[in-house]
Design a protein. Structure first.
Length: 295
């Protein structure tokens, strides 16, 4: 069984062999290499296609889908955690009987390497003043994880390997984390007791408000590994002014480019999860979703 036409409405980061493999799943494949600027342009690109691929840089909303009545499959070549955080109008798609698939856990390894690298540089003072005035190890550092999903769990494991003490906040206690000795605590306790906090939350999930920043306190290090800010902007900006430091790999995680030059912000504006290996994993999972749908 094949689709009649697959259209990738924007660059979707598939490796060349995976792009070639798409031809096994459709009579016609069209790949666009730039990002559409409007719903009208998206609808025009989809036209009469019955399958659509997109990454995280465009939004596929109802106004565009309403003009494309042949669509029966949408493959998100990016993370899908929930309908609310997705860049596809999943609720409308479901009402039309359109299948929407996404992927997860394809770029976490690079993110873990990023946070460990930056933390080691800060603690030892490589290219900067050591955070505590003299070089120190991660050993004995109190690390708090906010959101213990796949990436949060991997960061916790890496920090434990280097000798940190791990506590975490999540929607529920994780048995596997308990077995590793990770302490499940209320959010404010995790924030107050940690030297460094890693926010590993789904897109558009905000947990750090004014009271949370008060609990976090000063002379702290905050990493945000999500795709969007984990905080309300006003208390975050006030917190930055009190001798604290925030790391984000992208401007999206920070909340915009205007803060990138703030002296208390470290942001390279490079997606650390976008590695060669991540593209390999992404491609495999996108093709597996298509294969499973057709079969």
């Amino acid at each position: 069984m094949k689709f009649r036409k697959i259209v990738a409405i924007e660059p979707v980061s598939l490796i060349p062999s995976a792009e070639k493999k798409l031809n096994d799943y459709a009579e016609e494949v069209i790949m666009f290499n730039d990002i559409p600027s409007s719903d009208e342009e998206i609808a025009g690109r989809i036209a009469d296609a019955d399958a659509v691929l997109l990454s995280y840089t465009s939004r596929l909303e109802r106004p565009a889908l309403e003009k494309c009545q042949n669509v029966r499959y949408i493959g998100m070549c990016c993370s899908l955690y929930s309908p609310e955080s997705a860049n596809v109008d999943i609720r409308y798609a479901e009402s039309r009987g359109i299948t929407v698939t996404g992927i997860r856990d394809y770029g976490d390894e690079g993110v873990v390497e990023y946070v460990i690298s930056e933390l080691v540089r800060l603690m030892h003072g490589f290219g900067q003043e050591p955070w505590e005035g003299m070089p120190r190890e991660i050993t004995g550092l109190k690390a708090g994880i906010v959101g213990l999903g796949k990436s949060g769990g991997m960061i916790a494991d890496a920090m434990k390997f280097f000798g940190a003490e791990i506590s975490y906040f999540a929607r529920s206690e994780k048995e596997w984390a308990k077995e590793k000795g990770y302490a499940f605590k209320p959010l404010k306790e995790v924030l107050a007791e940690s030297d460094v906090v890693f926010c590993c939350l789904n897109k558009n999930t905000v947990l750090l408000h004014e009271d949370e920043f008060k609990a976090l306190g000063d002379r702290k290090i905050l990493f945000n590994t999500g795709l969007s800010p984990a905080w309300d902007e006003k208390p975050f900006l006030e917190w930055l002014e009190r001798g604290n430091l925030c790391y984000c790999d992208t401007a999206g995680a920070l909340g915009g480019t205007e803060l990138m030059k703030h002296p208390a912000v470290r942001c390279m504006n490079v997606s650390t999860g976008r590695t060669k290996q991540a593209f390999d994993r992404l491609s495999e999972k996108v093709l597996a979703n298509i294969h499973n749908h057709l079969n």
